[in-house]
Design a protein around this ligand. Sequence first.
Ligand code: ADE
Ligand code: ZN
Length: 339
Amino acid sequence: MSTLEEFISGIPKAELHLHLEGTFEPELMFEIAYRNRLKINFNSVEELKAAYQFSNLQEFLDIYYSGADVLREEQDFYDLTWWYLLKIHAQNVLHTELSFDPQTHCSRGIPFGKVISGIHRALIDGKEKLGISSRLILSILRHLSEESAFQILQEAVEYKDWITAIGLDSSEYGHPPSKFERIFAWALKQGFLTVAHAGEEGPPKYVWEALDLLKVSRIDHGNRSLEDSLLVEELIQREMPLTVCPLSNLKLKVVRNMAKHPLAKMLDKGMLVTVNSDDPAYFGGYLNENYLAVAEALKLTKEQIVQLAKNSFTASFLSEKEKQKMIEKVEQFCIASEP
Ligand code: ADE
Ligand code: ZN
């Protein structure tokens, strides 16, 4: 009989909501700052970690964007991605769909090509050396203008083969999905899939807009969808995945305590919900820690944990055949771990 922790750690799973810049561990941040001859506003790793106390999304974003400032060279983006891949390899994550925020870097004068080449090179190594498959999502910063979004997308088109989807992240209040309706229509026409953060802090109306105006394939977070029963019906009927992030929600005070996390209700209603780490270097845990936190606080059964792992593949951008293969791996793991 395996313990809950061993079961979660061993089960094959995918991660679908992950910000690359949010995997920037303080140790790597200091290393990269040193080699780029840059100064960090903190004297030690411990001092930096101690500053990771947030009372809302915006407080976190301010620290997250300033951390990303030391990333300058192609190798920096490679190392950032590679560190993340090594972490998830140790957690039996077989597939990841990671977002990056190019506007954060290009606005500092870093060429788009440098950013994406470093990430892409690490993802290729991730497949070859670690067996981790991946998809890349280019996230638009919603606090910036439509024009800025359009500029970055025009740069991205040259690297279309490396990018699967366009996402929407950053400060949610006051920046509804409708602000980017024309951008997303353009992206869809170019052949990109779309996803969007909605209902993390923002109202259910933002989730409706993401569905109807941005034609998303997944909602990132979506917690506040539960406030609108018609919306819940719609999400179920469309089999629309929600990529929820328990430790993030706790750290950013989206939920007061983990026992109040909406994941259990979502599972009970039959919604296609998945567990993800969002910004693991800032929120105290990668994928397994997120599974464990909700499993313990919500007293999830092994069947529910298996459902979450299967959902992570079902909701991914893998082909139907690849999804099936991954789900079979989950089933084989379950059989092998039976008492
Ligand atoms: N960027 C990084 N993490 C984010 C989050 N949780 N919400 C919105 N934008 C983000
Ligand atoms: Zn996110």
